[in-house]
Design a protein around this ligand. Sequence first.
Ligand SMILES: [Zn+2]
Length: 181
Amino acid sequence: MWRPGLKMWRPGLKMWRPGWKTWRPAFASKWVTMSFFPDMGCKSLVAAGDHVRAVGWLHPEHPYTKGDVPANFLARLKEFAARSGDSAEALYFGAFGGFHTCEFCGQAHGIGNFGVPSGALLFVAPEMIVHYIEEHAYRPPAEFIEAILRSPLPNTEEYQLITEPFWHMHRKVVKRMTQES
Ligand SMILES: [Zn+2]
């Protein structure tokens, strides 16, 4: 059974490394290696199910689609990535996930994940997707590009309304998990 990456997170611990502008959350074991999930698959680190479509969970051991993306898409994608916290809250991602380092170059770090609703589907992407596009020529699926251009931004009421069914779905999974353990 799929479970969110809950055990990777130890709240409250902070650490600092040269080059970082602020203290950042530290994790129980080591840096969480960025998990690989195939594009358009139903599983991601923070949510899974028939409604989920994973996008941008790349790993050097797996080939990925390369190509140019529209400039307006990239600009809007950055707005989504910057609002990962709002998105995670609206979608009940909670503290799932972890601190990712880009495994292609080791030069970029990301901690957030966000969701982009599209009808009955929810695209789930890591914040790091922006870096993959800009530095590693990644081209996400066309459906995702369309969804980003159409969906309201995570800190809006409209987004909250659209994503409410997903919030309930994810909350149910978390409840089941906490009852089991
Ligand atoms: Zn990189």
